[in-house]
Design a binder for this molecule. Sequence first.
Ligand SMILES: [Zn+2]
Length: 409
Amino acid sequence: MFDHRKLGRELELFDTDPLIGAGLPYWLPAGAAIRHALEEYVRDTERQAGYRHVYSPVLAKRELYEISGHWAHYRDGMYPPMDVGGEQVVLRPSLCPHHALIYRSRSRSYRELPLRIAELGGMYRSELSGVLGGLTRVRSIALNDAHIFCAPDQVAAEAAAALGLIRQAYRALGIEPVRYRLSLAGSSGKYAGEREHWDRAAAILADVLASAGLDFEAEPGEAAFYGPKIDVQVAGRAERETSLSTIQVDFYQPERFGLQYVGPDGGRHRPVMVHHSIVGSAERAVAHLIDTCGGAFPGWLAPVQLAVLPIGEAELAPAEAFAREARRRGLRAEVARPEDGSLGARIRAGRLVPYQAVIGASEAAAGQVALRLRDGRRVPAMAADQALDRIAALVGVQSTELWPGATGR
Ligand SMILES: [Zn+2]
């Protein structure tokens, strides 16, 4: 496994500054490009699955977290309240309470359920400075979060669909889970809510995993304070594993917030909240990708997807036109100019770039490019337009294959 902390600096993906503080990394342009592509993928996947996106503030009154239960059960992970004009406001430790209020902002009918809300939003965790490092232990987190408000008999199908989204994303990202964990309440007093609800939620989640044909291990003491969850575990460095994606069934917060919907019988009923995250946080997901691929990201995530290499000065103009056309089609393309070194040196410098397009005199004259793939394979010279069509199509479907069918070297 690679070390994302070291590579993050070497590849200029992210860094920290003592003046900003430990656990508060900033994303450099190359890292931001990866994160942006990942966020776009997540939003698009959620949108296609019937989610609607919202934005909510990263601060709220302390009272909100007293109602949600975070203040009683999760205060150690929260920042101390700030006094603002006699009110206490807190950096949020999760997005759930805001989404519960969005649900509650007007009356809801059973016809609107399942109501799916998603947000890529900031949340804050008061980690001690000793444990901070890289992108895995941070104080500021960009969470891919979603909440489904549904009727009790819709919970299983929604949780199963969420699991399907997670598995689809892992295929696109090339991530292999090491195991699925059913995280249950432990014996400590940090868990809230009724025993009967916990048992029901755990049974639903166990059934979702079993129906998907997945082996899992139940682990007491790993649940959220408000309910049990499925954690998708991936390999971490030094033989540790970390949780990336999660699905949680929650009867507790709907009760605390007094959430309701009007049923077909005209009566008021309590919805259930299914919380889930397809890729976890942007920080953890990108850290895991760097740890496992060492900077050779799938084409659709690569900071630079296409490097254009004119052999000499004479091909610079067609190379620049080709890169412009690539960018116009949404690709991240850059020209590696002849003054940056010999062709061999430029090819080596771009060794992590999925596609390199070499343009010599004959290619320039014919309006063609000769493609080299990151793995060393070569594609025979082809029309520049055709090459861009193919690359854009592969990137557009999040292909983990750079050029299906290419064989030659
Ligand atoms: Zn939540």
